[in-house]
Design a protein around this ligand. Structure first.
Ligand SMILES: C[S@@+](CC[C@H](N)C(=O)[O-])C[C@H]1O[C@@H](n2cnc3c(N)ncnc32)[C@H](O)[C@@H]1O
Length: 255
């Protein structure tokens, strides 16, 4: 039976790799690496570097796969993601059939951890549900960008006995935060924190966390919102891509 391994590789620092991930890397015959074709060359490079650094011997292949196109003309977000997942699942099915023999192990190197804002597992489940192909799945946890953010800022994510919302820029709003003590916000291309700048929040922001270009900023949201927006936009312009995450917590929270 084929095996597909989803290996969490951490959020950009090659030293985030766990001992369990190293063991799994060394059992892989074929790595499937999605080529997003845009600004993500650095992320591709980090994945290749991880293979070179941690795999003993060179008995593996890397198959670079062109990612499915996310059609911007499909206005509804859920419908757009659904279509994209369906196309991606057909691509996965084809490459697994073409590139992986019956007794081999294939792997996807998943940024951060496979359980957090990542669709690889859902897409492999779709492939299995179609029934043309059977394989076992193994999932290896990785260090998420929110853990890396906390470590770099030397903070706990939650106040004592308090809760933390994990959300996206698209879902962040005053209403969503009304009864929350804190939130981790990911996938925010539009600086959604600006909506909360008149309220009493602290922000701990990080971009390219764990990488050479890392930028960290923190302080009262009302003081920092414009600075973060402008630093973010300048870094994006300079590097041609950006990944950033932040923690918002109430200023009076019991950190
Ligand atoms: C598609 S999600 C993947 C999350 C990933 N599975 C994880 O466990 O962190 C991508 C988002 O993760 C966050 N992210 C991932 N790596 C990051 C990094 N090194 N620095 C800052 N944010 C990062 C950003 O919010 C980015 O938009």
């Amino acid at each position: 039976m084929r095996k597909l391994s989803l290996i969490g590789i951490g959020a950009g620092n090659p030293e985030h790799i766990t001992v369990q991930a190293i063991r799994a890397l060394n059992a892989v015959d074929v790595f499937f690496i999605m080529d997003k074709g845009d600004t993500k060359q650095t992320l591709l490079h980090i994945r290749r570097e991880i293979c070179e650094r941690y795999i003993e011997g060179k008995n593996y292949r890397i198959v670079q796969v062109e990612d499915a196109f996310r059609d911007p003309d499909v206005a509804d977000y859920a419908a757009r993601v659904e279509l994209w997942h369906e196309q991606r699942s057909m691509t996965y099915e084809r490459i697994i059939l073409d590139e992986l023999k019956e007794d081999q192990v294939g792997a996807f190197l998943v940024w951060g951890d496979p359980s957090l804002y990542d669709s690889t597992l859902r897409i492999l489940d779709r492939v299995l549900a179609r029934g043309a192909l059977q394989f076992d799945i193994e999932m290896i946890p990785g260090i998420t960008s929110m853990q890396a953010l906390a470590a770099q800022h030397h903070i706990a994510l939650n106040g004592i006995g308090e809760s933390v919302l994990i959300t996206t820029g698209r879902k962040l709003s005053s209403t969503a935060m009304r009864n929350m003590d804190a939130a981790i916000v990911m996938l925010d291309g539009k600086c959604a924190f600006q909506q909360l700048r008149d309220q009493d929040w602290e922000i701990f922001w990080g971009a390219y966390i764990g990488m050479d270009q890392e930028i960290l900023l923190s302080g009262k949201l009302s003081d920092m919102a414009d600075e973060i927006e402008s630093v973010r936009s300048e870094a994006r312009r300079k590097n041609h891509w950006i990944m950033d995450t932040y923690l918002l917590r109430r200023s009076n929270s019991s950190s």
